[in-house]
Design a protein around this ligand. Structure first.
Ligand code: C6P
Length: 407
């Protein structure tokens, strides 16, 4: 049974007052709040187990090494990967993309090759590929329809025998659109191209299975799914990861070092130079335990209900424009909107006076905002601890803001 009241008790920060009002946290797409279980894991680690990993034969080092390896296995299992040899733990989705850029694309793409991405991408899935343009790789964009879905017919027009990579966001952090990544992956593979999925806004919010999607690369951030900041993961199919060269070189990622050459460590350690983010990644595993206990299907259902309710109530507000599909089967729990001609930063500031945390700006999706002819938007994004009552309060605040700005 999904019990939001019980869940809320696990999040100490939800007791905070902001400007004398109860905090209503609606910026979950940026980063989620952390339950006490995750905070406790960090405390326990530093109070009872702290030592560097894979370096000592003493008890603390063996304990921390085991806990770190267990965290890898937990992340792998969560997305149904074949164990930690298909995972690299990273600080965030951006870092994951940069590993694909420097350790795969750099060696496998040459002048004339093509990458297809989309107009609804986060900068993390655009800017890395721009570096390859300097080497003569062509970067192509699939456009969007007026309702914020991908213009699927563009793929047929853009794919050629030179397409090497199709990079696509699973759930847009602005439009909320859930993209048909399985279908896109099939098109990629039919053309001998690889599929890279930016799952930063899907893995925290719904069941995601890398085998079912049949993706080659999949990136996500732990800090958006209850884990500490500085956590995230890159999934790469084993046969691809085995042949990728580590681009960060130094200690821990090697097996043997000679004066003029070195032999790489086993997977996944060859992609981790130096002391990794040990405690935070162990707490990442606690976050996964927490989500699995609730069940990812229940997480999705709860957010779907909240989103449906919020979309209905928001559409009743005059001059409020919502971006992205309105059908909750086709969208996740992020809602970007504008209210009349109120500048999104001004609106977010007024909402903050009510204790409501929203994000305003281009949400690191500037090409999308340009495509929508928008300088910025305000965005509310939901997670497991948000309630219908919070949405009512948010709607009230929006109505009051409209009055303040004389809409
Ligand atoms: N979007 C948002 O407020 P990092 O920052 O590397 O953990 O995640 C990057 C990223 C990549 N792809 C998508 C779809 C994302 O939404 C994000 C993060 C946050 O929308 C911060 S910009």
């Amino acid at each position: 049974m999904f019990d939001v009241k019980k869940i809320r008790k696990d999040f100490p920060i939800l007791n905070r007052k902001i400007h004398g009002k109860k905090l209503v946290y609606l910026d979950n797409a940026a980063t989620s709040q952390k339950p006490k279980q995750v905070i406790q894991t960090l405390k326990d680690f530093y109070e009872k187990h702290n030592a560097n990993i894979h370096r000592g034969v003493y008890v603390l080092s063996e304990e921390s090494s085991q806990m770190y390896e267990d965290a890898y296995e937990k992340v792998a299992k969560f997305i149904n990967a074949d164990g930690m040899e298909e995972i690299v733990l990273v600080r965030n989705t951006n870092e994951a993309m940069n590993i694909v850029l420097y350790s795969w694309a750099w060696d496998n793409l040459k002048k004339g090759d093509e990458i297809i991405t989309t107009m609804m991408e986060h900068h993390a899935n655009i800017v890395p590929w721009q570096l390859l343009e300097k080497r003569g790789v062509k970067l192509k964009y699939v456009d969007i329809n007026d309702n914020g879905t991908l213009r699927m017919e563009d793929y047929n027009k853009l794919i050629t025998r030179k397409t090497r990579l199709i990079a696509v966001v699973h759930v847009s952090n602005v439009l909320g659109t859930i993209n048909p990544i399985k279908k896109i992956g099939k098109m990629a593979h039919d053309h001998d191209a690889k599929l890279l999925v930016d799952a930063a806004q899907s893995v925290p919010h719904m069941p995601v299975d890398v085998k079912e999607i049949n993706c080659d690369f999949l990136a996500f951030s732990g800090h958006k799914m209850l884990a500490p900041t500085g956590t995230g993961a890159l999934f790469v199919k084993k046969e691809i990861l085995e042949n990728m060269q580590p681009f960060m070189r130094g200690s821990a990622m090697i097996k043997e070092v000679y004066l003029h050459e070195a032999k790489w460590n086993d997977l996944p350690w060859r992609f981790e130079a130096g002391t990794p983010n040990i405690a935070d990644n162990i707490a990442f595993a606690t976050a996964i335990d927490y989500l699995q206990k609730i069940g990812m299907r229940n997480v999705r259902d709860h957010e779907k209900q909240l989103t449906k309710y919020a979309l209905k109530r928001m559409s009743e507000i005059k001059q409020l424009k919502i971006y992205g599909p309105l059908d909750t089967d086709k969208r996740g729990g992020v809602i970007a909107f504008t209210l009349g001609d109120i500048h999104p930063h001004d609106l977010s500031t007024v909402l903050d006076d009510f204790g409501i945390a929203t994000r305003s700006g281009h949400h690191c999706a500037m090409p999308l905002h340009n495509r929508l002819k928008l300088a910025a938007s305000t965005r509310a994004s939901f997670y497991i601890y948000n309630t219908k009552e919070e949405i009512d309060y948010f709607i009230d605040a929006l109505n009051k803001a409209a009055k303040v700005f004389r809409l």
